[in-house]
Every structure is written in structure tokens, then in C-alpha cells.
Design a protein around this ligand. Structure first.
Ligand SMILES: Cc1c2[nH]c(c1CCC(=O)O)Cc1[nH]c(c(CCC(=O)O)c1C)Cc1[nH]c(c(CCC(=O)O)c1C)Cc1[nH]c(c(C)c1CCC(=O)O)C2
Length: 341
């Protein structure tokens, strides 16, 4: 276990060269992923078929030897488990029945863990299949980010339907966030029990909230999840990613209780170094640098390593890798981080 360097970093160690994994590392930029994807009826079926989900999770580990594997699944399995009829339309993104009228009050979370049993089976098989030195990360979406999809019924550029609900019906929105925080905490605990070494909470749409809303909708529900996880499974490290939080990254670690903070690429490296004084950070190369090619990769990696590699740090992108990335350039990125290019 001592070999899982990401876990050491999350406990405050400086590891040289820094461990690396990549958000959305199993994804459409990999030809073997596209092949596996074609074997599933649809995307959710892919997530709920342990054979396929295990295979997709392992693909980037085989290819690049990343220091962590992240469970292949999606943040929207929680709304699916809450009976919102989630589907992924090719080329259009996720769709689900938008929450209407008094449906929030009627959401039934009693079957969430049963519905997600195949995900836990995937985690169990992964812990056996992975190399001993590779950490296994579980994850969930943060309540605010998941709520934005549930309220609109699809992805939105500015999360306007949820922001409007926040101003018009704050009590209803908070009720939804509460239900999601509780279900997500139980979901993470079940992943930990199945073999996840650490968990990550993705708040991809944290960046649209003003100060008051950020506290209520991003910080408070994430803190609640982390408190529950830490109370029930003490010692399991938690990574939190409030994408786009800007200045509000400043006291996010302290407020939420996260062990490691994931930084998006807009966080200036001098600010990142300040945040790192208070604890481990992960990030933050612009994913489009990987698409742009080797000169852009090298320059970006060197700057990040100069700023952050002297402290507790895990290399990652500032958001998910895009389908346009060349898999060979990803290999080059890994070599740059490991001092081989
Ligand atoms: C907002 C969000 C979602 N999903 C996720 C987030 C938070 C992180 C982020 O901001 O990117 C998280 C996620 N989604 C996926 C993972 C798997 C693990 C990983 O490799 O990181 C993780 C951690 C697989 C996926 N989830 C999805 C794919 C692509 C589906 C396909 O193969 O067609 C993958 C590999 C689908 C998905 N899932 C989601 C959207 C908006 C889409 C469609 C748009 C897109 O395709 O990028 C919701």
C-alpha cells in the first residue's frame, strides 16, 4: 500500500516526480475506448456493465501507467438511480426528465445503492485487476453540479434554470441539494467499501455562483458529504474540484474538509503555490495544450512543475481530456512529467 504514491501525497508527502493521472483518462481520444463503447447498448449500459466498465478503466493504465485509475462511470448515475430517466444522446450530451412541481419533495432515494450495485461490482473487480501500486479513485458529482442537470433536464452553458431556482425558491433548491448530498455520501461510502482508495467530488459548475450562493450551494453540500465520509470511513482521502471557483478557491479546503484540492487551468500558478502551503493540490494543465501538441505540452508542464513539484502535488489536467487529443501526445505528456522528455 505504501507504494500508492497519490495516497502519500494526499497525506502531505512530496513525491518526485509527482504522481500523474488525467481527468476523463478513459475516453473518446483512445481508439480502444471507442471500440469498447461500441459494444455497449448505450452509455449508461456501459457504466452498469462491469466487464466493460472494468476494461475502460484499465485501458489508460495499460497504455500510460498512470499512478491512479478512476472508476469508469458518470456523475449522472445518481439522478438515474433517483428515477429521472437519464440518457446520453450521441453528440448532444445528457438528457433526463426535468424536475417539475413538487417532484423534489417526492424524490425517493431508498433504491440508490441497489440501482448502483453494478458500479460497486466494477470497483471490486478493479481493485483485484489493478497493479498494486495504482490507486483506485471513486467519485461522485457535487450536489450543485448534479442538480443543474436535474433541474434543466440537460446540460446548460450558464446553469440559468438552477440559478433562477436558487433566487426564486431557495428552500426547494436546498432540499434537492440535501437529498443529493445524502445519496452521494452513501454512494461514495459504498465505493470505498468495494475497494476505492480515495474519492473525488466533481463540482464542475461551481464557477457560476456568487459568494453567498457558493457557500450555500457548493461549499455546504460538499462539506456535508465529506463530513459523512470522514465520520463513517475515517482515513479515506477526499479530493474536491470546484471548477472555476476563482477567488473562492482560497478557503475552500478549510471550509469543506477536503484533503486535496483540484485546480482548473485558470488558477494562476503563484496562487496555486499559495494554496499548496495549506495542503496538497492537483492540476492544472489546460486540456487544449494536449490538443495543441508537444511544444505547448512541454511549456505548460515545465511551468507547472517549477511552481508546484516542490510540495505535495499530483499532476493532472485542469479539466477532462478532450476527444481531439492525440494518444501519442498524451504519452509525451506523461514522459514530460516523469522527466523522460
Ligand atoms: C459534468 C460531468 C459529467 N460527467 C462527469 C462530470 C464531471 C467532470 C467534468 O466536468 O467533466 C464525470 C465523469 N464522466 C466520465 C468519468 C469517468 C472517469 C474518467 O475517466 O475521468 C467521469 C469522472 C465518463 C464519461 N462521461 C461521458 C463520456 C463520453 C460519453 C461517450 O463515450 O459517448 C465519458 C467518457 C458523458 C458525459 N457525462 C457528462 C457530460 C456532460 C457528458 C457528455 C459530454 C461529453 O461527452 O463529454 C456529465
Amino acid at each position: 500500500m505504501g507504494q500508492r504514491t497519490i495516497l502519500e501525497v494526499m497525506q502531505g508527502a512530496t513525491v518526485t516526480p509527482p504522481p500523474i493521472w488525467v481527468m476523463r483518462q478513459a475516453g473518446r481520444y483512445l481508439p480502444e475506448y471507442r471500440e469498447t463503447r461500441a459494444r455497449a447498448k448505450n452509455f449508461l449500459d456501459f457504466c452498469y456493465t462491469p466487464d466493460l466498465a472494468v476494461e475502460a478503466t484499465l485501458q489508460p493504465i495499460r497504455r500510460y501507467g498512470f499512478d491512479a485509475a478512476i472508476l469508469f462511470s458518470d456523475i449522472l448515475v445518481i439522478p438515474d438511480a433517483l428515477d429521472r430517466d437519464v440518457s446520453f444522446v450521441q453528440g448532444e450530451g445528457p438528457r433526463m426528465r426535468p424536475l417539475e412541481g413538487d417532484e423534489i419533495e417526492k424524490l425517493d432515494s431508498s433504491r440508490v445503492l441497489d440501482h448502483l450495485a453494478p458500479v460497486f461490482e466494477t470497483v471490486r473487480r478493479l481493485r483485484v485487476a489493478l497493479p498494486d501500486e495504482t490507486a483506485l479513485l471513486g467519485f461522485c458529482g457535487a450536489p450543485w453540479t448534479v442538480a443543474t442537470y436535474m433541474i434543466a433536464g440537460h446540460g446548460t452553458p450558464d446553469q440559468a434554470p438552477s440559478r433562477l431556482m436558487l433566487y426564486r425558491e431557495p428552500a426547494r433548491l436546498e432540499k434537492l441539494l440535501d437529498i443529493l448530498a445524502e445519496a452521494s455520501a452513501r454512494y461514495l461510502i459504498a465505493q470505498i467499501d468495494a475497494g476505492a482508495d480515495a474519492v473525488k467530488i466533481f463540482d464542475s459548475w461551481a464557477g457560476v455562483l456568487d459568494r453567498v450562493a457558493f457557500e450555500r450551494c457548493s461549499v455546504a453540500p460538499v462539506r456535508k458529504i465529506i463530513e459523512t465520509v470522514k465520520r463513517e470511513r475515517p482515513g479515506t482521502p477526499v479530493i474536491a474540484f470546484p471548477k472555476g471557483a476563482g477567488w473562492q478557491y482560497r478557503d475552500y479546503r478549510e471550509k469543506t474538509g477536503a484533503d486535496m484540492i483540484a485546480l482548473d487551468w485558470t488558477v494562476p500558478l503563484d496562487v496555486a503555490a499559495q494554496l499548496q502551503k495549506e495542503g496538497p493540490v492537483q492540476g492544472n494543465l489546460d486540456p487544449l495544450r494536449v490538443v495543441a501538441g508537444r511544444a505547448a505540452i512541454k511549456e505548460g508542464v515545465d511551468r507547472i512543475l517549477d511552481a508546484l513539484a516542490g510540495g505535495p502535488f499530483v499532476f493532472n489536467l485542469g479539466h477532462g481530456i478532450t476527444p481531439q487529443a492525440d494518444p501519442d501526445d498524451m504519452a509525451y505528456l506523461v514522459d514530460c512529467v516523469r522527466g523522460k522528455a
